[in-house]
Design a protein around this ligand. Sequence first.
Ligand SMILES: CC(=O)N[C@H]1[C@@H](OP(=O)(O)OP(=O)(O)OC[C@H]2O[C@@H](n3ccc(=O)[nH]c3=O)[C@H](O)[C@@H]2O)O[C@H](CO)[C@@H](O)[C@@H]1O
Ligand SMILES: C=C(OP(=O)(O)O)C(=O)O
Length: 430
Amino acid sequence: MRYIRVQPAGPLQGSVRIPGAKNSALALLAASCLADDIVRLEGIPELDDMRQIAGIAQGIGLRMTRCDNGDIELDPRYIYSATIDPGKASAYRASYYFAGALLAKFGRVTIGFPGGDDFKSRPIDQHMKAFEALGAKVTLHDDHYVVEAAELKGADIYFDMITCGATINSMLAAVRARGRTVLYNAAVDPEVVDTATLLCQFGARIYGAGTRCIRIEGVPYLNGGIHTVIPDRLVAGTFLIAAGVTGGQVTVQDVIPEHLSSCLSKLKEVGVEIETGESSITAYGSGQVKATRIRTAMYPGFATDLQQPMTALLLLARGKSIVTDKVFPHRFNHVPQLRRLGAEIEQRKESAFIRGGRPLIGDWVHATDVRAGMALVLAGLVAEGSTRITGVEHVERGYSDIIGSLRSLGASLSLHEQDAEAGQFGYGCV
Ligand SMILES: CC(=O)N[C@H]1[C@@H](OP(=O)(O)OP(=O)(O)OC[C@H]2O[C@@H](n3ccc(=O)[nH]c3=O)[C@H](O)[C@@H]2O)O[C@H](CO)[C@@H](O)[C@@H]1O
Ligand SMILES: C=C(OP(=O)(O)O)C(=O)O
C-alpha cells in the first residue's frame, strides 16, 4: 500500500511552473483522432490518465509517441478500429471524448462507460442527446454503448444544463457533420476554447467557443498541426491555496491568470494577498484566514475542482464557513477524512459546514478522489505530527510530481510504499 506522509514545515516559499491542463489534454488527445494528418501536442502532463489513453491508442491503431522534448506526437492515419475496450474506457473519465471523435470519423463507435472520480452521479445523457440530435443511434449494453450513424447531419442542440464534457464532445461529433450545428447553453470553460482552437487550426469551422452559443460548420477534412495545451488552472489554484494554508508566499508561473479569476477573488476575500503578472500569480498568505461562503458553479464560477482544496484552507479560518457544491452535490468524501484530523466539519445535503480554527492533528486518512486527496495533503501541511494519506493513485491522476513540487517550496512530504505500523494496527485504509 502506498501512502504520502506529510509533516508541517512552516510557510511554503518559492515558485513552481504549472504543467498543461489535464482536462484539456484529455480532450485534445481524443480530438487528434479527427485529423487526417500528424498532430503534435506540446505541454501534455505526465499523468495516469495519459497512460490510459496510450492504452486506448494502441488498441485502435492511433500511433502515439512521447518525444524526447516531452511533446506527444499522434498519427491518426492508421486508426483501424473504433472499438474501445470497456475496461480501458472506464479507467478514467474523459474516455467519452473518443465517442464523439471516432463517431465523427468512422460513423460508429463501441466504447465502455466512463470512469473517473466517483461523485455518485455523473450522467452522460447530454452527450447522448447531442449524438442523437446529429442523427446517431445510441444503444446501451451492460458494460458499453454503441453509437452509430449512416451520416451525421448538423443540428440545433440545447443543453439542459451547462456541461463542459458534453459541449466538447458535441463539438467533436459535429465538426465533420454535414451542415451547421448550433450548441445553445454551451459551457464557456477554457478547455472548450482550447479544443476549438486546436480543431480550427486543423481547418475546422467553429465560431463562438467561449460563449454560450457555438456554431459549427461541418468540414470533410481536417489537417494535422501543432498545438500547446493551456496551463492547468486547477493545479495552479491548488498551489495558491497552499500558500494561504501555510502562511507562505508561492508564485505559480506559466499560467493564464484570467482562468483563475473566481479562485483569486475568493482567496482575496479570505485574506490571501494576490499579485498578478502577465503569466504568473503570487499568493501571500498572512497566517490569518477569514471565514467565508463558497458556492461552486460552472466556469467562470468557482470551480468544483477547487472546492475541496479550498475547504482545507477554510479549516484554518476562525468562525463558520459554508461550502456548497451545486455542480457535484455528493463531492464531500473528504469531509469524514478531515474530521479524522480534528477538523470540525459536517456535511448536510450539498454543503459542508466548517467551524474553523480547531487544531489539526496528523492521522491516517484516505483519498477517495483527486482533489479530496489534495485537500488532505494541504491539511497535512499544517497538522501537528504526521499525516499519512492512502489512495495516492487518485492524487496522481491530477498532479504530476506533487511531492517534488511541494518539496521545492519547502514542504516536508514523502511517498512510501508500505508501512509496518499501518499493517500492525490494520488501519491503513480508512
Ligand atoms: C475530465 C474532465 O474534464 N473532468 C471535469 C469535467 O467533468 P464532467 O465532464 O463529468 O463534468 P460536466 O462539465 O460535464 O458536468 C457539469 C454538470 O453537468 C451534469 N451533467 C453533465 C453531463 C451530462 O450529460 N449530464 C449532466 O447532468 C453533471 O452532473 C454536472 O453537474 O467537468 C467537471 C465540472 O467542471 C470537473 O469537475 C471535472 O474535473
Ligand atoms: C473530477 C476530476 O477529474 P475527472 O473528471 O477526470 O474524474 C478532477 O480533475 O477534479
